[in-house]
Design a protein around this ligand. Structure first.
Ligand SMILES: NC(=O)c1ccc[n+]([C@@H]2O[C@H](COP(=O)([O-])OP(=O)(O)OC[C@H]3O[C@@H](n4cnc5c(N)ncnc54)[C@H](OP(=O)(O)O)[C@@H]3O)[C@@H](O)[C@H]2O)c1
Length: 258
């Protein structure tokens, strides 16, 4: 087992997850960089971390599949021997962004498997490992961070599956936080606003306009690094008496305004 704390970050090959991986590595964590398809991008993240003197491993696997989730955790433990932090970041948007009246069960299942079911059962598996590691005295405590979205409460009628799955992340965070506090594991929800990534690239023009018109009080696109800083802070010892919290990283989008 290595001396450094270890972070397992899902969907860390690109976008927000990539920034979280780099931030955690900079803060002294060994990092398991999960991806499902983009092997080259995941390898690039690993190389970036290694070149800066850190430790990282690329860990393939679809978070929506049980055998892959087990393999993601097993590979992380095989390499580093511990998991101190799980970041449930992997996610997909609603395929085809279809109107509510056209939404399909196939898309619903895909989005829920990836964005909600996968996150919950990966948290369950990681929490079991953390409990064993803590009781063996190998780690002092654990942290689980779930990445949700402003879509958890802001309606988009062309992304019903995405919105409902993201809304579920808040209850999931509360449930995990409530049960795992006695196990010395703290759980947080990070709620990003409009962040520049491959996910939002197809709707750049729409959001450019909305942001210029004042969509959020802070009139700029969020950057993956904005989210990464929030994740690193809740994973640190900055909030020792807090769990279950939602941290907004949205330029103030959540404030209702007249
Ligand atoms: N961008 C935004 O404005 C925004 C706002 C709020 C919330 N979020 C949330 O933030 C998270 C990251 O979003 P992003 O914008 O960084 O997205 P992104 O640029 O599209 O990257 C998605 C990442 O998730 C991985 N992934 C997708 N499906 C997966 C699966 N089944 N198993 C494992 N990994 C999987 C991808 O891996 P591959 O590279 O291998 O495909 C990639 O690393 C998501 O949960 C998203 O819902 C994003």
């Amino acid at each position: 087992m290595i001396e450094q704390p270890t972070a397992l970050i899902t969907g860390a090959s690109r976008g927000i997850g990539r920034a979280i991986a780099l931030e955690m590595a900079q803060r002294g964590y060994a990092v398991a960089v999960n991806y499902v398809r983009s092997r080259e991008s995941a390898d690039e993240v690993v190389q970036h971390i290694s070149a800066a003197g850190g430790s990282a491993v690329a860990v393939p696997g679809n978070v929506g599949l049980r055998k892959d989730r087990d393999s993601i955790v097993d590979q992380t433990l095989a390499r580093f021997g511990r998991i101190d932090l799980l970041v449930n970041n992997a996610g997909i948007t609603s395929p085809g962004r279809m109107d509510l009246l056209e939404a399909t069960e196939e898309n619903w299942d895909l989005v829920f498997d990836t964005n909600l079911k996968g996150a919950f059962f990966l948290a369950q598996r990681a929490a079991r490992e953390m409990v064993s590691l803590i009781s063996a005295g190998a780690i002092a405590r654990g942290t689980i961070v779930n990445v949700s979205s402003i879509s958890a409460y802001a309606v988009s009628t062309n992304r019903v599956d995405y919105c409902i799955a993201k809304a579920g992340i808040q209850m999931m965070t509360w449930l995990l936080a409530s049960r795992l506090a006695e196990e010395q594991i703290r759980v947080y929800e990070i709620c990003p606003g409009v962040i520049a990534s491959d996910m939002t690239a197809p709707v750049t023009e729409k959001y450019d306009k909305l942001i210029a018109e004042g969509l959020s009080p802070i009139r700029r696109w969020g950057q993956p690094e904005d989210v990464a800083k929030a994740v690193a802070t809740v994973a640190s010892d900055a909030f020792p008496f807090s769990t279950g919290d939602r941290i907004n990283v949205d330029g103030g989008f959540h404030i209702r305004r007249l």
